[in-house]
Design a protein around this ligand. Structure first.
Ligand SMILES: [Zn+2]
Length: 454
């Protein structure tokens, strides 16, 4: 997506805040405040190693952080796959692993998100996501258990807490201090500048190679304890190695931390070989898995095209992206996410009537996906179809509340639709959420035009 510039500025903020955090941390046990926000650093006992380590956050903060970031990360990964049976299944497999891990009592939650890239990630506190791109490449439940086990390992060893601490504290410090990442004036922003709207970037932890090795080892341990065939870990390592060769540049930011795929594959094979035959010969759980992921697998070509289209959109090649998306939508006309992106490309390419038709259909088909609601709202707003834009922007604000840029758009739609009092409330909310930001200035101008003294 087109947020490189915002991202550079954000990274600068991040670096500044990080160095502030670093200077604040002197010794184990010191109490620190990051930009006036949370974060008591503490000495905690690592649940896996039993050793004492310095963490920038204690367990309760780890839990709080995971809980508050989960909805945003899920939506930035294009929302949950709208399939309750699949979600329950992924969660069930994850919980089997969590229950045999060192921290069985965390509020573990596992979901599957629509992101078409090959990835999986963990947030502090035990919130774990696997992408559609990776899920559609797995062959059985044992492989799913290997992926979720690896991520569960990161959380148990508190890698997430350690690696995310600085980045995420910095993000929270920015948000908390009202240093909000403007998306360059929502009025003229390109349709797809969704990441900026979230006020943050999706950050994957940068784990060290040793942390990756440890997560593999822990994942192997959990899946074996939980009764899975450890061959699943070998299968996953093969997929990652293959994907890494196919998309080396992509691979870097995915599972990714992980440039050591051949070593990891060899290690997994050696571990399997060291298990007794009773473990190695466990049945592979394939039947239920294939039934549950059937639709994910049959839509994989369409979603692989979608992945390509998103990369093209990021390079502003919307005409090529539109052709790919059209093909996918022709195959799966009821998929709101694919159609929502098609609508965006059509709007970018100046085909407004088509864009409006597709935005309307997509918005109705995917009521839980933030990006689709936002795109539909922006497209109707761009066409000055204010009353039609309102319900989509209402939905966007309901899915992820309190994002100033989105509240601002909602205000503009309400104002255009003649709902002046509600519009004024929305603008006032923007000013409270992000005082001093561009969005707040814009809201102030609207309030003045409405004759409201702010
Ligand atoms: Zn990892």
């Amino acid at each position: 997506m087109a947020w490189r510039h915002g991202r550079d500025r954000f990274l600068q903020h991040l670096r500044d805040t990080q160095s502030a955090v670093r200077t604040a941390v002197r010794t184990c046990g010191a109490l620190i405040l990051a930009a006036g926000l949370l974060a008591s650093s503490s000495c905690t006992v690592n649940p896996v190693t039993g050793k004492t380590q310095l963490d920038l956050m204690g367990e309760s903060q780890e839990l709080q952080l995971g809980k508050s970031l989960y909805p945003r990360y899920t939506q930035q990964s294009l929302g949950e796959i709208p399939d309750p049976r699949l979600q329950a299944y992924v969660d069930h497999v994850g919980l089997r692993l969590a229950h045999v891990s060192q921290r069985p009592n965390l509020p573990w939650a596992y979901n599957a998100v629509n992101d078409p890239e090959v990835n999986a990630y963990a947030l502090p506190g035990g919130k774990i996501s696997i992408t559609r791109g990776l899920l559609s490449r797995l062959d059985d439940e044992d492989e799913l258990a290997a992926v979720l086990g690896h991520e569960t390992g990161h959380v148990n060893a508190r890698h997430a807490a350690q690696a995310y601490t600085r980045n995420i504290l910095a993000q929270l410090a920015l948000l908390g201090a009202g240093v909000y990442m403007d998306s360059h004036g929502t009025r003229n922003a390109r349709l797809y500048t969704v990441a900026g709207m979230l006020g943050m970037q999706l950050m994957f932890a940068h784990y060290s190679r040793n942390q990756e090795r440890q997560a593999d080892q822990l994942g192997f341990e959990y899946m074996t304890k939980a009764g899975y065939n450890p061959e699943g870990m070998v299968g996953v390592m093969k997929i990652l190695e293959h994907e890494g060769k196919r998309h080396p540049s992509l691979f870097d930011r995915m599972f990714a931390d992980h440039p050591m795929s051949s070593e990891r594959l060899a290690t997994a094979e050696a571990r399997v070989a060291a298990e007794p035959p009773s473990v190695r010969q466990r049945p592979i759980r394939k039947k239920t898995f294939l039934a549950v992921v059937h639709h994910i697998r049959e839509t994989r070509p369409a979603y692989d095209r979608f992945a390509k289209a998103r990369r093209l959109i990021a390079r502003r090649k919307t005409v090529e992206a539109e052709a790919l998306l059209k093909k996918s939508v022709a195959e799966w006309p009821n998929d709101g996410l694919l159609r929502g992106y098609l609508a965006g490309a059509e709007a970018e390419d100046g085909e407004m009537q088509r864009a409006l038709d597709d935005a309307g259909r997509a918005g109705k088909a995917a009521p839980q996906i933030f990006v689709v609601q936002l795109l539909a709202g922006k497209i109707f707003l761009k066409a000055k179809r204010y009353a039609a834009a309102v319900p989509f922007l209402d939905n966007a604000c309901r899915i992820l509340p309190n994002l100033p840029d989105v509240e601002l758009l909602r205000g503009e739609a309400l104002e255009g639709a003649g709902r002046r009092r509600e519009a004024a409330q929305a603008y006032q909310k923007v000013r409270q959420l992000a005082p001093g930001s561009k969005a707040a200035e814009e809201a102030g101008r609207h309030l003045a035009a409405l004759g409201v003294v702010g």
